[in-house]
Ligand binder design. Structure first.
Ligand code: FMN
Length: 182
């Protein structure tokens, strides 16, 4: 059976909400789906400062941390992280930099890739963030899934959670993934 791995960084929970919903949709369609997080050494500090961060802190901490081996076992790799200064977050970048061995061995060549982001308000910033994740996939010789940009807008301190309408965008995104997973 083909496997989809969703790898997230999330501080105030929005990327986690998107990833959880995506995972449920894929699993309902019988697709083996794993959800991992990247390391985040100071998540507890934000959880103490921001209500939005505290809300999903335990659930985030309970996710297994991704490893390069998990990537090699996946047919589709989906990255999701906050947009920070019109880029992917530093925590996601640190994870990506740790995949250099996989780059050298072309271990991810031919696997499918997709990504999403949550940003405070700047859709253009979100697009830049997606572009930064796509550059990694391109260098890894992965094949991008044909899907519309999935960019959530969260407002101040990430308070605007993904809406029911945004849920429909996630469903469409999931359908694009299913097209290569079935
Ligand atoms: C350090 C930092 C930088 C940010 N930079 C941007 C930015 O450039 N553009 C933007 O629209 N939002 C920016 N944001 C807002 C986050 O992208 C937004 O809150 C997002 O929903 C967080 O995702 P999460 O809830 O999964 O942690 C920034 C937030 C932080 C903490």
């Amino acid at each position: 059976m083909k496997r989809c791995s969703i790898i997230i960084h999330s501080v105030t929970g929005n990327n986690y909400i998107i990833a959880s919903h995506l995972k449920s949709i894929l699993e309902e369609s019988g697709i083996e789906t794993r959800l991992y997080r990247v390391e985040d050494a100071d998540l507890h500090i934000f959880a103490n400062k921001l209500e939005t961060s505290n809300e999903y802190y335990e659930e985030l901490q309970d996710l297994p941390v991704v490893t390069n081996e998990k990537l090699t076992k996946s047919n589709v790799i989906v990255l999701g992280c906050p947009t920070y200064f019109a880029n992917m977050s530093a925590e996601m970048k640190t994870f990506i930099d740790g995949t250099i061995d996989l780059y050298e061995s072309d271990a991810l060549e031919g696997k499918h890739f997709a990504c999403f982001t949550s940003c405070g308000g700047g859709i253009e910033d979100g697009q830049e963030s997606l572009a930064s994740m796509r550059r990694w996939a391109e260098q890894m010789k992965m094949i991008e899934v044909d899907a519309a940009d999935l960019i959530h807008v969260s407002g101040e301190e990430g308070r605007i959670r993904p809406s029911l309408d945004f849920g429909k965008d996630i469903e469409e995104f999931a359908s694009s993934l299913m097209a290569v997973l079935n």
